[in-house]
Design a protein. Structure first.
Ligand SMILES: [Zn+2]
Length: 131
């Protein structure tokens, strides 16, 4: 198992409170969905991943600067993360989910975070299949 560093990171906690404050309900670390989304609502079919900028190679982000030593090891490792992320997002979309990635750097700015979440959650269509 190793360390549980990935659980309840600060960016995750901030994303959860922002989503709550906007009136949304969800479960966290949803283990039976692809990629174990950090936040998800199965009834409304949305899932959110909160990604660390370094570990998930956020493009053009200063938090994601590449390590300067052992570059072969790191680029392999980070590339595998990216591939896995893409597979998880696709798998969720195949299940009919709308998927949002919230980046660590976005969670550092309350206004930005609210804007990103509102754009995503506010724009979802109602689950018409649940008649
Ligand atoms: Zn970033």
């Amino acid at each position: 198992m190793g360390r549980v560093r990935s659980k309840d990171t600060k960016p995750e906690v901030r994303t959860r409170s922002a989503a709550h404050a906007l009136g949304h309900r969800f479960r966290i670390h949803v283990a039976d969905l692809p990629g174990k989304p950090d936040l998800a609502n199965k009834a409304r079919r949305w899932a959110i991943f909160v990604h660390g900028c370094f570990w998930h190679s956020h493009e053009n982000c200063r938090l994601a600067s590449k390590p300067r030593s052992n570059t072969g090891y790191w680029s392999d490792k980070l590339m595998r993360n990216q591939e896995r992320d893409a597979i998880h997002v696709q798998a969720l979309r195949d299940l009919g989910y709308q998927v949002l990635v919230v980046w660590e750097c976005e969670t550092r700015d309350d206004a930005k975070l609210r804007e990103v979440l509102t754009a995503f959650l506010g724009g979802l269509s109602r689950p018409s299949e649940n008649r």
